[in-house]
Design a protein around this ligand. Structure first.
Ligand SMILES: NC(=O)C1=CN([C@@H]2O[C@H](COP(=O)(O)OP(=O)(O)OC[C@H]3O[C@@H](n4cnc5c(N)ncnc54)[C@H](O)[C@@H]3O)[C@@H](O)[C@H]2O)C=CC1
Ligand SMILES: O=C1[C@@H](O)[C@H](O)[C@@H](O)[C@H](O)[C@H]1O
Length: 337
């Protein structure tokens, strides 16, 4: 069976996911697309030679009779409504991160999915599908470095535009760390604090950049995450886990070691598209396979919610000097892992 996909949002990652679903992955085809910029949707259909219709809005894509499942790649604040509409239509939905921009929004999705009675939602947390993160988790789980005590992380983007605001450093960027670190450590967060170093000259009026977020987990690990979205030099993701008996670090993406012009060098990637290209392929193939077997196992609405509960606390901590407590309700039996 070929899964027929509807895609809402044909911007940067929408086009990437359409390319991979129609040209790289197995078992799916894109049959309907939309964007508030309908010209972009039409151009995307042409660009990838899709046998797909352009529909006027997201609701029409969700309700289209020939659409089996949805991919939501529109702007962050639009995700919640589209996911709720997909659940109401009983259709599986892959939603890019964040699941919603607030924990309350994510909770409405969790409640709707539980009321529906079967998993329909996968969140676009791709890092658990990344080979480097998987290798790091294997080392931690093996016990080789002992219990994790401290994590030092960095999420650096080359630059962002003027629409990107201080809170988005959490909801749009650090949400990846909030998602992947609880998976990596099999843990949850209990508190957050935010520290602002001197601002970079490359930032703008609505964005305090960089930021350092300090997290504490239920098991007592301490995590620092540097978020620096105008770092200029490249796209750089770092995760170092300090354990009782050793240190394990996320591997660098492989690159040629170059000897040239009296220098020894590696290239640093500049774009998330390239840094996680394989992980996006694996996560979407997992979604397609999961929908086909009626058994979604990727990052769940609960994972989106748990990350968002912590994100809310980080945003509160941006406005308050000091530590903000994080309180995640018990995990419902509906989400066994
Ligand atoms: N997992 C990851 O690493 C990444 C995830 N993302 C997420 O994917 C989403 C899209 O990001 P980008 O592609 O970078 O942004 P973008 O701005 O390039 O594309 C978003 C598209 O959604 C469209 N759109 C906005 N509201 C809409 C609506 N109500 N109905 C239909 N279309 C609508 C816009 O016109 C635009 O074409 C965001 O939620 C972002 O957080 C983005 C980049 C990487
Ligand atoms: O999800 C992504 C973007 O939306 C976000 O803006 C970037 O900061 C992240 O690095 C990227 O992975």
């Amino acid at each position: 069976m070929t899964l027929k996909l509807g895609v809402i949002g044909t911007g940067a990652i929408g086009q990437e996911h359409i390319r991979r679903c129609s040209q790289v992955l197995q078992g799916a085809t894109v049959v309907a697309v939309t964007d508030i910029d309908l010209k972009s949707a039409s151009q995307t259909v042409d660009r990838f030679g899709l046998d797909a219709v352009v529909l006027p809005d997201g609701k029409e894509v969700i309700d289209a009779a020939n659409v089996d499942a949805l991919i939501i790649t529109s702007w962050d604040p639009t995700h919640e409504a589209f996911v709720l509409q997909a659940i109401a239509a009983g259709k599986p939905v892959f939603c890019e991160k964040p699941l919603a921009v607030t924990a309350a929004g994510c909770k409405r999705i969790v409640d709707a999915e539980i009321a529906y009675g079967r998993r329909l939602v996968q969140v676009g947390f791709m890092r658990p599908y990344d080979q480097g993160y998987r290798a790091l988790k294997k080392v931690i789980d093996s016990g080789e470095i002992g219990r994790p005590l401290m994590l030092h992380c960095a999420h650096r983007n080359q630059k962002v535009d003027e629409n990107y605001t201080t809170d988005m450093a959490i909801t749009n960027t650090m949400i990846h760390e909030l998602g992947v670190l609880r998976w990596l450590l099999d843990d949850d967060y209990v508190s957050a604090q935010v520290i602002f170093p001197r601002a970079s000259a490359h930032t703008h009026a609505k964005l305090r950049d960089p930021q350092i977020v300090l997290l504490e987990t239920v098991k007592g690990a301490r995590i620092d995450v540097e978020i620096f979205v105008n770092c200029q030099y490249g796209y750089d993701i770092q995760t170092q886990v300090v354990g009782e008996e050793g240190i394990a670090s996320l591997p660098e993406p492989s690159s040629i070691l170059l000897r040239s012009k009296a220098k020894l060098s590696h290239t640093i990637l500049t774009d998330w598209k390239d840094r996680f290209i394989d992980a996006y392929d694996v996560e979407l193939q997992d979604f397609i396979n999961g929908v086909t077997k009626s058994e979604l196992t990727g990052p769940s609405a609960w994972d989106g919610y748990a990350a968002s509960v912590a994100a809310d606390a980080c945003i509160a901590a941006q406005k308050t000097p000091g530590v903000v407590q994080i309180s995640l309700p018990p995990r419902p039996a509906f989400y066994p892992h």
